[in-house]
Design a protein around this ligand. Sequence first.
Ligand code: NAD
Length: 467
Amino acid sequence: MDTAVTETIEQILKRQRDAFDCEPMPDHATRRDRLDRIGRLAKAHAAEWCDAISRDFGNRSRHETLQLEIAPLMASLRHARWHLRGWMRPERRSSSIEFLQIANRVEYQPLGVVGIMVPWNYPLLLALGPLVDVLAAGNRAMIKPSELLPESSALLKRLVERYFSLEEVAVVEGGVDVAAAFSALPFDHLLFTGSTAVGRKVMAAAAQNLTPVTLELGGKSPALIAPDYPVEEAARDIAFGKLMNAGQTCIAPDYVLVPREKLDALSQALLARFKSFYPRSGGTGDYSTLVGARALDRLTRGLDECRARGVSIVTSDIPVAAGGMQPALVLDPPADCLLMEEEIFGPVLPLVPYDTVEDALRFIRQRPRPLALYLFTRDNALERKALAETRSGNVTINGTLLHIAQNDLPFGGVGPSGMGFYHGFDGFKRFSHARGIARVRLFNPARLAMPPYGRIAALLARFMTRG
Ligand code: NAD
């Protein structure tokens, strides 16, 4: 890679570090002001964002950019602004009986400079959403947007330069080589959002500097419709979660587990929903296209493989812009096909029939731990059983995607779907150092245990080694 680029990004990091050293604990007003500037950067330029993202995609509904990127960003800003003072306050912690003379507290200190690596599918939210938590916690940030969206990346850079100094927030554009060099910088924390495969490389690069990482990755998020739940109702939420951004959403339902006798009813209900969401008279504007020819190739290969193996596939006929793909349902695919082994990340939805709830839960358990689980049931006992017997980053019950919009819930994956979580207070803590502080009040109890050891030390040892 161009050594000038490496030197430049190293210089930016140094400038941010130096600025941080001069202001190691920004006060509440400074942080509030930075949060306000994120809000202006997104909201005052909403139309530019919608246009740039749509041009990069080929077609991305304006409503989706507003609803799925700008609205959740503004909600997280409102939440952070409201709670920031409380988050910054030291937390009192208890002392055990032998240490009653010690006052304990935790203070959350900024880490320094945080790197943020962004995928292409939600270029605004996944750059500025983490930035809310990073700046609320008092840090500086360097952002590497995806090379696949040149217009959105250029807009991000232009607006960040307008609203922030380089020492506060910097945007580094460039290809995969720049991304690799970026991940090798000795940040104080690195947040990577993207695929599991690249996440491995990023973590290996960060390990050289012992840089702590948060990895927000992907995976196959199942939707499980329990026998008690009407499939028509579930179909509405699943169709919504699946077709937003044409399925290019990390937490989109990847496949659906449905009672065997309801497979046909679900497939009919989904097709009807697809049509009603995107009516022919509505033109092609609200259904997004796929980004990159590779995505279309990958999904077409998956469908071709299933067809060749005799699997039924039903496609919808909603209006699609050039570069888009009709939604397709894959009925009862074999577990070892491409579409059941890799994250789909597009408008293709396998429907997997099951005979008993135990079978369905086992199916989920036997696969890598997903980013999200969608459970449709009104049976409380079944809900508790399903939650206890499965693992996933997050869960939405009787809906899809909703957990990501809850500012007071941690968001993140588990195992191959990610490491660490952020959003709200959990995000503030993620990008802070929780410094435990023990303060001796009037008398230091350790003095009783110091040598030379006598009767008091022996009594104390007896007391402290009690069961
Ligand atoms: P990706 O992994 O290809 O790219 C993500 C980022 O990594 C980009 O900024 C890219 O420049 C960079 N990159 C690429 N190669 C690199 C390398 N060798 N070293 C260092 N960095 C490199 O992911 P993508 O295609 O942009 O996004 C899709 C994936 O992201 C899906 O798997 C999806 O599930 C996941 N995702 C996860 C979340 C979440 O919050 N968990 C959100 C959105 C997307």
